[in-house]
Write a protein that binds this ligand. Structure first.
Ligand SMILES: Cc1cc2nc3c(=O)[nH]c(=O)nc-3n(C[C@H](O)[C@H](O)[C@H](O)COP(=O)(O)O)c2cc1C
Ligand SMILES: Nc1ncnc2c1ncn2[C@@H]1O[C@H](COP(=O)(O)OP(=O)(O)OP(=O)(O)O)[C@@H](O)[C@H]1O
Length: 260
């Protein structure tokens, strides 16, 4: 997957490159996000166009009213998930003060100068642009006047237990240490970057599970491959010990009666 910067993207003169596009923060890349991303990747494969995601280095929420806003994933983890789903290019946007003043229509005008959008996937509650004033209906109206006009798919919300899946639900699950719920909402186990545990526990820009003991599946090769469960302790001095420094990321599981 190519990772590009917004400033570099807008300097391109490649209007002719056809693309299937989605945009959002995509923190946690949950089941709802996966519907949109799978849609652009499927269209990309069927029509031989580039699958592209526009996302933000940090959430716009952090730059507006909620300075303390934190994500559940590091940027690196988010990009890995997008790559695994088959996205060909992700454009990273710094939500600067200047960018935050852009009208949604101006954003799409700029993007349409650089690529030709053939397919656009959005959620039904999607809002963007200065003060979030452009919604999916407005985006449809905007593109209806363009030629060629992209196919715009507005997805109904993906639900789990009858409730819309959202990054906010992931954040609540991690903060409560409910990592099984995180796995249900994302379709994959919970992973944490050890850098977040080691260096930024108190001032982390990602949300971490509460202090406590967690199971970590591990593989050891001594002639044969053995898999085993280790336990790590978060929030105590163990967490900052050199024992986990050599890992990039750990898959954490709650300790259950069975695993003890
Ligand atoms: C051009 C542009 C595109 C934006 N795209 C998104 C987006 O894809 N997802 C998102 O959550 N916010 C996006 N935003 C930010 C929202 O429109 C809104 O300003 C921000 O979420 C803050 O809203 P709040 O103060 O009500 O939380 C975008 C803003 C601009 C100016
Ligand atoms: N459950 C869902 N089903 C379908 N689409 C969704 C779902 N949740 C989010 N989306 C869509 O994914 C895109 C990116 O959304 P965003 O990253 O803001 O996610 P979010 O999960 O709603 O975040 P938050 O909880 O912080 O508001 C938007 O178009 C949004 O409408």
């Amino acid at each position: 997957m190519i990772v590009s910067e917004w400033d570099e993207f807008i300097s391109r003169d490649s209007h002719a490159v056809p693309a299937a596009v989605t945009i959002g923060v995509f923190d946690g890349v949950h089941l709802g996000h996966q519907e949109l991303i799978t849609s652009i990747c499927r269209y990309s494969a069927e029509h031989r166009v580039r699958s592209m995601v526009f996302t933000f280095r940090a959430s716009p929420k952090r730059h507006t009213r909620h300075a303390q806003h934190r994500n559940v994933q590091s940027l690196r983890q988010r990009l890995e998930c997008l790559q695994e789903l088959g996205v060909q290019e992700t454009v990273l946007i710094d939500f600067t003060r200047k960018f935050s003043r852009m009208k949604g229509e101006d954003f799409w005008n700029i993007v349409s100068r650089c690529i030709t959008i053939r397919h656009l996937a959005l959620g039904d509650d999607f809002r963007m642009g200065k003060n979030g004033s452009l919604n999916s209906a407005g985006i449809k109206r905007f593109f209806a006047g363009q030629s060629p006009s992209p196919e715009i798919i507005v997805f109904t919300p993906v639900l789990v237990d009858g409730v819309r899946v959202s990054s906010s639900r992931l954040r609540d699950a991690v903060a409560a240490g409910d990592l099984a719920q995180y796995a249900r909402l994302t379709g994959r186990p919970y992973w944490v970057e050890t850098a977040a545990l080691l260096h930024h526990r108190d001032n982390a820009d990602i949300i971490l599970p509460p202090s406590g003991r967690y199971m970590v599946p591990a593989a050891v090769a001594d002639g044969e491959l053995h898999t085993m469960n280790l336990s790590v302790c978060l929030g105590s001095s163990d967490a900052t010990s050199s024992s986990i420094e050599s890992f990039y990321a750990l898959q954490l599981r709650q300790i259950t009666q069975d695993s003890e």
